[in-house]
Design a protein around this ligand. Structure first.
Ligand SMILES: Cc1cc2nc3c(=O)[nH]c(=O)nc-3n(C[C@H](O)[C@H](O)[C@H](O)COP(=O)(O)OP(=O)(O)OC[C@H]3O[C@@H](n4cnc5c(N)ncnc54)[C@H](O)[C@@H]3O)c2cc1C
Ligand code: FES
Length: 281
């Protein structure tokens, strides 16, 4: 991309309504230009700025996996101007995309390690990307045990129901779904993500914990992981600060001396403590 402020064009191929409250939709985007597709190589955990012409742009994590490079997927929660405008678009409409941006998850560091992925809300999107990347037949042997703890307030607010059904059948993935309150027919856990994590007590041995979700969930999961014996360098968070340029120019997204858009959004607890002290959520 020559000018990093100029987006390339993508067409909306599909729109999946994810949640029963209609607040989160996944947009499946196809590149209009084959050269743009070839140039867009990313790792799970990275994000892109999606623009709605005449409205503005906003950052969203890639929910798709690099192992399926023909599409990009973004799961968008409608809260304001850009996200509201995106929710009003239809199949065939064209949006702009700048990216990929940020550091993403450290895949090389994860090799031969066990992974504990903990998520909630739209933050689960990049953990979905990471999961589907790891489960790909060519990648799975490089990683150890994979455990997921994923929660929502109620079953109808869980994202990616088709993926969840597929993942349940995988013998090489421990999937724990939880809802805040019990519901008819629900067969998973009941309780908040931090409490379920404490009850399940996953081992910290040779394991990275990757946490992505609402700030309150990340805040209360941290002490649980520390009590379980996870070291600060083995606990990773993905942050969702307000952003503007996405490329380290505007100074909008700093955390201590670093920018979330270029140095993050993925930081270890050790890095965050050095940058901000303990109170970073
Ligand atoms: C790295 C990164 C990845 C992200 N990934 C996703 C994703 O996958 N899916 C998704 O739905 N969202 C994601 N977000 C958040 C998303 O960018 C914001 O929700 C979006 O910018 C809001 O734009 P808007 O124009 O609709 O809201 P605005 O009209 O600008 O704001 C509406 C209201 O929301 C508040 N708000 C806006 N942005 C944020 C924010 N980042 N944090 C807290 N409050 C905010 C505003 O203060 C205001 O009250 C991500 C953010 C970052 C930085
Ligand atoms: S968003 Fe501009 S510096 Fe990060």
């Amino acid at each position: 991309m020559e000018n990093p402020y100029i987006p390339f064009l993508m067409r909306i191929e599909d729109i999946i309504l994810e949640t029963e409250d209609r607040k989160i939709k996944t947009f499946v985007l196809a590149f209009l230009n084959e050269e743009d597709r070839k140039g867009f190589t990313y790792v799970p955990g990275q994000f892109a700025e999606v623009s709605i012409f005449g409205k503005g742009e906003a950052p969203f994590g890639m929910a798709s996996t690099p192992t399926k490079p023909e599409h990009l997927e973004f799961s968008v929660s409608t809260i304001g101007v850009v996200t509201g405008a995106l929710h009003n678009l239809k199949k065939g409409d064209v949006v702009g995309v700048r990216g990929p941006m940020g550091n993403g998850y450290p895949l090389d560091t994860f090799k031969e390690k066990n992974l504990l992925l903990i998520g909630g809300g739209f933050g689960f999107s990049t953990l979905r990307s990471l999961t589907n990347y790891i489960l790909h037949v060519t990648n799975r042997p490089a990683f150890g045990d994979l455990t997921i703890i994923y929660g929502a307030r109620k079953p109808g607010l869980l994202l990616y129901k088709a993926d969840l059904e597929t993942w349940k059948e995988r013998p090489d993935l421990n999937l724990h779904l939880t809802v805040d309150q019990d519901a008819d027919g629900w067969q998973g856990h009941v309780g908040l993500v931090p409490n379920v994590t404490r009850t399940l007590a996953p081992s910290p041995k040779n394991t990275f914990a990757v946490v992505c979700g609402p700030p309150v969930m990340m805040k209360f999961t941290l002490p649980v992981l520390k009590d379980l014996g996870f070291n600060d360098e083995d606990i990773l968070f993905s942050l969702e600060m307000r952003m503007k340029c996405g490329i380290g120019k505007c100074g909008r997204c700093n955390v201590g001396s670093k920018y979330v858009c270029t140095d993050g959004p993925v930081f270890s607890q050790l890095e965050l403590t050095r940058l901000t002290g303990e109170a970073h959520f």
